[in-house]
Design a protein around this ligand. Structure first.
Ligand SMILES: Cc1cc2nc3c(=O)[nH]c(=O)nc-3n(C[C@H](O)[C@H](O)[C@H](O)COP(=O)(O)OP(=O)(O)OC[C@H]3O[C@@H](n4cnc5c(N)ncnc54)[C@H](O)[C@@H]3O)c2cc1C
Length: 263
């Protein structure tokens, strides 16, 4: 079985994350970029299955700027056998539609039995790319699973919703997205880090994928499918309201919560 795990490099959630005030793009140069944690959890699901099923190949796939090699190598150090990195100037500012199309083409080239993804990235948080991808691939899509069981012929799992839990199953090939309920990723050890240097990491362009005409030429965002019309910096945080208890703090707190529709 070949399990392809979709990982995204994102600005570190715990770091300062800013948008470029002209282009609306995430400022990647000024932030620490890391493998999105939810992607690492999806990778852990694949590696756990591979540990118990010799002959399983875990392959990591990302559409990311050329500078994301370190993040891809980290996934190889965690235990993935191989990786594919689609990097192309024509993908600067790529929206969901273009990213899904590029990932579908790359998956067609790599081959897959199961595609594992996070349910939502931490930077743009769309939460729809796995579904868009399954549509392109014409395969079932089991989304937002809080646990996953992988078998040779299919997957099953639980989706937790506000209205209860849903048992989901699908035959392979399929696209599955997982939630933060899945276990943390393992830590990379020295042996893994050394082995990662020798593992196959293929860097592809849009032309390599036969999508040369799809690129956003030279970053001219006017050709993007969805573009950021306006962006403004988040207003600086103001000091909060301080309530000193002169015996009526409870009443004043309740009034503050009511005023701010927090009740
Ligand atoms: C601040 C910000 C706002 C944005 N707003 C929009 C917008 O309104 N409309 C729009 O079309 N695009 C938007 N984008 C672009 C969008 O982020 C990218 O197209 C992105 O690759 C897919 O969106 P997502 O991460 O939100 O997808 P999600 O659906 O949240 O991603 C779910 C999972 O899909 C996989 N995945 C997502 N992206 C990649 C990738 N590049 N490589 C490999 N796997 C991946 C990961 O496993 C991820 O956990 C925005 C980007 C930023 C930084």
């Amino acid at each position: 079985m070949r399990i392809v795990v979709l990982v995204k490099e994102v600005p570190d959630t715990y770091g300062e994350r800013t948008l470029h005030l002209e282009t609306g793009l995430a400022e990647r140069a000024t932030s620490d970029n890391v493998v999105d944690e939810i992607g690492e959890r999806a990778l852990e699901v694949a590696l756990t299955y591979a540990d118990a099923h010799p002959g399983t190949e875990v392959h990591v796939l990302t559409v990311a700027p050329a500078g994301a090699t370190t993040s891809v190598r980290k996934c190889l150090a965690l235990g993935a056998a191989a990786a594919t990195h689609v990097a192309d100037e024509g993908l600067v500012g790529a929206d969901l539609g273009l990213t899904a199309q590029v990932l579908a083409a790359a998956l067609g080239r790599i081959g897959y039995d199961l595609v594992l993804a996070g349910n939502q990235s931490t930077d743009s948080m769309a939460g729809v790319l796995p579904a868009m991808l399954a549509e392109h691939l014409g395969v079932p899509n089991a989304t937002n699973l809080a646990d996953v069981t992988i078998e040779e012929s299919g997957i099953s799992g639980t989706r937790v919703t506000d209205d209860g839990t849903v048992q989901v199953s699908a035959p392979l090939p399929a696209v599955v997205s997982v939630t933060e309920s899945l276990p943390d990723a393992r830590m990379a050890n020295f042996k893994g880090i050394m082995a990662a240097k020798k593992k196959p990491l293929e860097v592809l362009t849009l032309v390599d994928l036969g999508l040369g005409d799809l690129g956003l030429d030279g970053g001219d965002l006017t050709t993007a499918r969805s573009i950021m019309l306006a962006v403004e910096a988040r207003p600086p945080r103001t000091a909060g309201v301080t309530i000193t208890d002169d015996g009526d703090a409870g009443v004043r707190l309740a009034a503050f919560l009511a005023e701010n529709h927090l009740l």
